[in-house]
Design a protein around this ligand. Sequence first.
Ligand SMILES: [Fe+2]
Length: 525
Amino acid sequence: MNRRLNLARDLISDRRRFFLQSAAWSIVPYISQILPSVVLAAPSFSSNPFTLGVASGDPSSDGFVIWTRLAPDPTDGGGMPPEVIPVQWSIANDDKMKDVVQSGATVATPQLGHSVHVEVAGLKPDHWYFYQFRCGDAESRVGRTRTFPAATVMPDKLKFAFASCQSWEQGFYTGYQHMLKDDLDLVVHLGDYIYEYGGKEKKPRKHIGNEINSLVDYRNRYAQYRTDEHLQSMHAQCPWLVVWDDHEVDNNYCSDISEEHSFDKDLFLLRRANAYQAFYEMMPLRRSSLPKGPDSQIYRSIPFGQLANFHMLDTRQYRSDQPNGDGNKPLTDEVFNPQATMLGIEQERWLCRELIASTGAWNVLGQQVMMARVDRMEGEPTAFSMDQWAGYDVPRRRLLSFLEERQVPNPIVLTGDIHSNWVNDLKVDFNYPDSKTIATEFVCTSISSGGNGIDRTKNHAHILAENPFVKFQNSQRGYTRCEVTPNQWKADYQVLDYVETLGSPIKTRASFLVESGHPGAQLQS
Ligand SMILES: [Fe+2]
């Protein structure tokens, strides 16, 4: 009860801040007109303002977003004065930043936590670049990023990794330490980048403060995570495509419904506005994802030439409530509710349009919750996760039927959320295991959530026996690395022995192949 009261009090004080922010956002497009009178010229720093490093993301064939945030005191509000601060940026062909090909100036505003998002354009396609920020007498580290191939080109190869779920408290980011050596074109992050919970004792690391609610809370939490050297280095290494899952706001929330169902929806939307704003501030996202109050569009398509088209999805902001009160339950009538939605009407229509128009040889759905309908209980009764697509049977069938009927080329579903590795053949009707496989689902485990992990949990054997479309399941920590060519998709499941202490080695636990035109994964011997 105390926690609830504290939460309400924090949120009510946030309501005032929220309206102030709404007003502030409305001036952002006009900021260049007022610059001369408000910009703090050539600031001087007594400590490094670039403590959170640099990042890049959402590449196009002629550019990308480069990101940083000024925060000399990152986990305690940032430590910046409430001023508009000029920031210079440059793009070069070399890591010494000698051969500069483009440069410019922008501003870091207090309204957006002194974050900096520059959408660079006019560069060469399919090309690696380096970038750096400068502010007064301070310089950021140099980041490395790339443009994607032109839309008319079929690239030979794409090498990327996807990852999710990086609870600060439950382990170290050794996965990123190894990923750094993988020579990747791209990282795809499927959410649970932060967790909202308050700090607990006797964990490998400890969250600062209580459960987060206010904008400052969320900013501090992201900053704490981003102080990790391996995470920061991986952001500086190559571009990322990011989407959120639930813990960027609140465990298992749905649209305006908190995990605690009785919680006031307006207050929850205020919390969501804080969370979405902090996400935008900390991620290399384009201006199209700038939040408007409690809403932010992060679904988008990003093509890698004609080789792969990444359709990044949001299964949290628009979905209907989980049926049967969430949890693992049998498939009751509620699961077959024709009104239920996972993506919301607009996003689902957008996705269908994108899939029809796509020229990608591989069509990737980068999303959060498992699409395969997995029975988790041995024998009777059955139990399916109501938070996953299994709980949303009508929209799940509609999407998979669409992929089949429209013959969308090579659909690949990338999933996070559940802190375990899976490879699944996706069917319209899982009641008929021999029915046609429509798409292949690769589920990556967590970077750190869940602690050390284990190769096989005690229900491993019955999951494989009762769900014949599941080709692989493993519960260690790590990430999945993919090598994609026009003819073949290869997924390497990279697993760590432990994450609760530093220094674990990594190994490829299993590799799976999908041949173009033949949905379904084959274990590579
Ligand atoms: Fe998670």
